[in-house]
Design a protein around this ligand. Structure first.
Ligand SMILES: Cc1cc2nc3c(=O)[nH]c(=O)nc-3n(C[C@H](O)[C@H](O)[C@H](O)COP(=O)(O)O)c2cc1C
Length: 311
């Protein structure tokens, strides 16, 4: 099935980050021919299909030229299939399945990365969702393995056999969590093992890394997670000013407080999540980072951003 991405680089699903407000700001700031798509945070499906309201909330109110894939995670195949049908009916342009989440909660429910230990179940899970929807592409995101990466090919083939239209592979195993090392050769092995398109993920730090990963692994798409928290312009490679960087964070704060109704402390919590990694526009440099993170008064953080925006 035709994939709806408008460009080769994709914003990764990130729980607690890629809700509609953050996603929209990133999608607005990167041309569609560079940032080709984004994903929701994972949405857990336990034993009952999720209501339309939950699915609409995850997809957000705005539409962009780029598709936003709705990511589902669950082990109950009937509930997953019914949720997929509902997601298609409410207009999700793409459905993604999460087989990488390392959290204990996911494992207790036997979903997320737990399925990396059971390729047959991995395949059945993809198949259940693939068969539930008609015209919506289905993609699956795995890690390179559970506690070793010997079976990358087996896992990649299970995803393909389940009928997925795209395999995304995060090159670290579950045991490696978010380690510094990101062995891209595992992505190259997955590319060799299947004939569906592959999206590589893991360890991209700069705009130049995007093309480098494609060249070194042969993957068609590249997904960026953590580096996009520090530089939301990483997809276009635009080098922004300090004012642009401060404007992004202020716009984010405004959306979180206004549309999402978050309290000031929650808003600054989210800002600090970005400030802790922020690299764009020279806004946060060297020892200044500690100062930004130590600030307890939400108003002072916002005031500091306003000053930076007009400086
Ligand atoms: C804060 C955070 C939340 C994440 N949440 C999800 C998620 O909801 N679904 C998912 O498939 N992966 C999730 N991930 C993993 C990322 O999508 C990505 O695979 C991982 O960060 C590796 O890419 P990177 O090295 O570019 O960060 C999350 C990662 C981070 C840092």
């Amino acid at each position: 099935m035709q994939l709806p991405f408008t460009g080769p680089w994709l914003l990764a699903p990130m729980e607690g980050v890629t809700e509609p407000c953050f996603r929209e700001l990133v999608l607005e700031r990167n041309p569609a021919e560079t940032l080709g798509g984004a994903f929701t945070e994972f949405v857990r499906v336990v034993s009952e299909a999720l209501p339309d309201k939950t699915l609409r909330k995850q997809l957000g109110p705005q539409r962009f030229p780029q598709p936003v894939g709705l990511q589902l995670m669950g082990a109950d195949l009937a509930a997953l299939a019914e949720t997929a049908r509902r997601a298609e009916a409410v207009g999700a342009p793409l459905l993604d399945l999460n087989f990488g989440c390392p959290a204990k909660g996911a494992l207790r429910g036997c979903s997320g990365s737990d399925l990396l230990r059971d390729p047959a179940r991995l395949e059945r899970t993809v198949r259940a969702v693939r068969d539930a929807v008609d015209a919506t592409p289905v993609t699956a995101k795995i890690r390179a393995g559970y506690d070793h990466a010997d079976d990358v090919e087996i896992l990649a083939r299970a995803v393909e056999a389940g009928g997925a239209d795209l395999l995304t592979i995060h090159c670290r195993t579950r045991a490696e969590f978010y380690s510094e090392a990101a062995p891209w050769e595992r992505i190259a092995r997955a590319v060799q093992a299947v004939s569906i398109p592959v999206c590589g993920n893991g360890g991209v730090r700069t705009h130049a890394d995007l093309q480098r990963m494609r060249d070194e692994t042969g993957c068609r798409y590249v997904m960026v997670g953590q580096a996009a928290l520090g530089d939301p312009w990483i997809f276009s490679g635009r080098s922004v000013t300090t004012a642009d960087a401060a404007e992004f964070l202020l716009a984010y704060a405004e959306l979180l407080a206004g549309r999402a109704g978050k309290r000031p402390a929650r808003v600054t919590g989210r800002l600090k999540q970005l400030l802790g990694r922020w690299t764009a526009g020279g806004l946060v440099e060297g020892a200044e980072r500690d100062g930004w993170l130590a600030e307890r008064d939400p108003d002072r953080t916002l005031e500091r951003l306003r000053v930076a925006m007009t400086a």
